[in-house]
Design a protein around this ligand. Structure first.
Ligand SMILES: Nc1ncnc2c1ncn2[C@@H]1O[C@H](COP(=O)(O)OS(=O)(=O)O)[C@@H](OP(=O)(O)O)[C@H]1O
Length: 346
């Protein structure tokens, strides 16, 4: 959205233009999200205006991936902007100037959005490109390229909670209703970008490709420095210790929260009402325990068990997040202190 700033001489012009297209849809009254509807593209929900069928089709069929592109792919609320910041900082060898002067949506545009598509086309190589697309809708040219992809996965219960808050403050999304109602929609995949389970399964088919690297939000939380080192290795970027330290310092939750180029405070308030819930909300693992009842958690676990898949996790941290083979699923009675299966761990 705020990529509109690209096209206008000032933020005010961009905001005026946005007002003009969004006012008839009632977006200005951000207390009222009752009129929001999604459109479906190949069976997946997308919010209107920021996405269009035409652009989604162009991404899939026409977008020319370059071999030196780096893709930052996630299911929403799994750490996209965090990884975006890390990749931006690695790109500039730890120098935070780029991150402090250019909005994240221009540094690493979400190329499936109407505005991000144009930004991605115009950005100079090597490009960093973000995406929430499921694998089956992704740019076909990626699969023939040497471009690298980092896929970040997060405990789906934390994704649910983060998305619940986000849906209440991000105007293009439908009102999430009660947490019970939203849990049902989430587990059915009746949310933007479809089912978390399908998204992870779809992308994990690439797990043995050498241009594909997957990491979890929980690993980033537990050992950001070690994670940055591994990401640099994957990208063949040789940063010295000082530069790595600078990446870690500038990609911290606090640094990003204080950076207006990363905290979405430049987004018009009628698009993102951060008074309701901040984009950089809590930035912790395991917040689901503060929100989900034992019954809701159990309901989640049941679906998780049904949808589990055989995947080999590389580390203990990944084992806590991924839908693993049944051998990894330990059945405990449901309780907040002893969560029953993988997503139950923080
Ligand atoms: N630096 C850092 N450290 C820890 N956590 C961070 C960081 N940056 C973003 N976040 C948290 O990531 C959540 C937002 O996820 P996404 O960036 O994937 O959102 S989006 O899908 O692109 O809208 C959202 O999680 P919640 O706080 O749980 O809502 C952000 O706070």
């Amino acid at each position: 959205m705020a990529q509109l700033l690209n096209w206008f001489s000032s933020p005010n012009d961009a905001e005026l233009f946005l007002s003009w297209i969004t006012e008839p849809m009632g977006w200005h009254n951000h207390e009222d999200k009752s009129c929001q509807e999604y459109f479906q593209y190949k069976g997946i929900n997308f919010p209107q205006i920021i996405y269009s069928e035409q652009v989604l089709q162009m991404v899939e069929d026409n977008f020319q991936v370059r071999d030196d592109d780096i893709f930052n792919v996630t299911y929403q609320k799994s750490g996209t902007v965090w990884m975006l910041e890390i990749l931006s900082l690695i790109h500039s060898n730890g120098d935070p100037s780029w991150c402090r002067t250019v909005p994240n949506w221009d540094r690493a545009p979400w190329f499936e959005t109407v505005l991000g598509y144009k930004t991605a086309l115009n950005n100079k190589s090597p490009r960093i490109i973000s995406s929430h697309l499921p694998a089956q809708l992704f740019a076909k040219s990626f699969f023939r390229s040497k471009a690298k992809m980092i896929y970040t996965v997060r405990n789906p219960k934390d994704v649910l909670v983060s998305l619940y808050h986000f849906a209440s403050m991000f105007h293009p999304f439908k009102d999430p209703g009660t947490l019970d109602q939203f849990l049902e929609s989430f587990l059915k995949g009746d949310v933007p970008f479809g089912s978390w389970f399908d998204h992870v399964k779809g992308w994990m088919n690439l797990k043995d490709k050498e241009n594909f690297f997957f990491i979890t939000y929980e690993e980033l939380k537990k050992d950001l420095r070690g994670s940055v080192v591994r990401i640099c290795q994957f990208l063949d970027k040789d940063l010295d210790d000082e530069a790595i330290d600078a990446v870690v310092a500038n990609a911290s939750f606090e640094a990003m929260k204080n950076n207006k180029m990363s905290n979405f405070s430049l987004s018009p308030h009628f698009i993102m009402n951060q008074k309701k819930s901040a984009f950089l909300r809590k930035g912790i693992s395991g917040d689901w325990k503060n929100h989900l009842s034992a019954a809701q958690s159990e309901c989640f676990d049941q679906v998780y068990q049904e949808r589990r898949m055989p995947l080999k996790a590389r580390s203990q941290e990944q084992m806590k997040v991924l839908p693993l083979s049944s051998a990894h699923l330990v059945q405990h009675p449901v309780s907040h202190s002893a969560p029953p299966i993988a997503p139950g761990h923080s």
